[in-house]
Design a protein around this ligand. Structure first.
Ligand code: SF4
Length: 295
């Protein structure tokens, strides 16, 4: 990957950005790679020398790396920090680095740090559940420690003390309990992911034969209809159905604004390979305006 410095930020940030804090050692897959969509992984491998990212767009990634450096200074009794575990399944080596394991009388609590938004904390984040359950499986399979709890330590970057919405984090550092899977369920999930990635590897040269990214993997946002009124900045209410929105707009003597849904991982190129991805490029080409999200 080529890292650029378009905004002339200090070189020290470039050094941090180019250093690989998440080295997967001798493994073929890290846990996050295993969880990632096979299409993205294959295209990133294939176009590695062309994928470009500016250091200024890597702020949260950089802070994540900085956190790992800081953590090395926080050694505390009763905690295992940053343990990297390896396991070989069906001739494939998988590795995962676990931020924290806290020893308790009931077993070990696995804790993963995330720089994230308040919105994310308020959702059921399926990828957090998958990641932490793969870590649990890894710990149980390799160390035979009993895992008693899974938690995300969310560092809420946009926290506001004035926000009173239900489910809103109570502090800028917020602990989120994650549901635990059985060992069998995790094994099934891992085997399924491995087979998806293997299949994608066989077809790596034929973009059109790579498995399609799902709506969930593309971070598809639904189209919503905002009921608004002249002179008011924020919407009165958001609807998924245009009929309901129209009904309220008539009552409120307002109007309806359509906020088009989009697959933001593709449109904002968060995957980094949108320009080489035939799934997304076909959508663009088939859309009359050239906007894949036009209705
Ligand atoms: S552009 Fe969209 S569909 Fe293509 S690899 Fe990226 S996320 Fe997946």
């Amino acid at each position: 990957m080529i890292i650029t410095n378009k905004h002339n930020v200090p070189e020290t940030l470039m050094t941090l950005a180019t250093r690989d804090y998440y080295s997967k050692g001798a493994s073929q897959y890290s846990v996050t790679e295993l969880m990632s969509p096979p299409r993205i992984r294959r295209l990133r491998e294939k176009y590695d020398e062309k994928v470009t990212q500016d250091v200024s767009d890597m702020l949260w990634q950089l802070l994540g790396s900085a956190l790992h450096v800081v953590m090395e200074r926080g050694i505390t009794d009763g905690y295992i920090m940053e343990e990297r575990l390896f396991i070989t399944v069906d001739d494939v080596t998988i590795s995962g680095q676990i931020d924290l394991q806290k020893e308790t009388p009931d077993g070990f609590e696995i804790i993963d740090y995330k720089f994230t938004s308040a919105w994310a904390v308020m959702q059921d984040k399926v990828e957090w559940e998958q990641q932490l359950n793969v870590y649990k499986w890894l710990v149980e399979s390799t160390t035979h420690r009993k895992v008693s709890k899974l938690r995300i330590c969310a560092l809420v970057r946009d926290f506001s003390r004035h926000e009173k919405k239900e489910g809103y984090p109570t502090a800028p550092v917020h602990m989120v309990d994650i549901p635990m899977w059985t060992h069998e369920k995790a094994t099934e999930y891992i085997m399924e992911r491995l087979s998806l990635h293997r299949e994608a590897k066989v077809n790596a040269d034929w973009n059109e034969e790579l498995p399609l990214c799902s709506d969930e993997e593309r971070w598809q946002r639904e189209t919503v209809y905002a009921v608004k009124r002249e002179g008011r900045k924020t919407a009165i209410k958001l609807f998924k159905s245009i009929e309901e929105a129209n009904e309220l707009a008539i009552k409120e003597k307002g109007y309806v604004e359509t906020r088009k849904g989009e697959a933001i991982r593709c449109t904002a190129n968060f995957c980094g390979v949108a320009e080489w991805c035939d799934q997304y490029q076909r959508e663009l080409a088939n859309s009359p305006s050239g906007d894949a999200n036009a209705e």
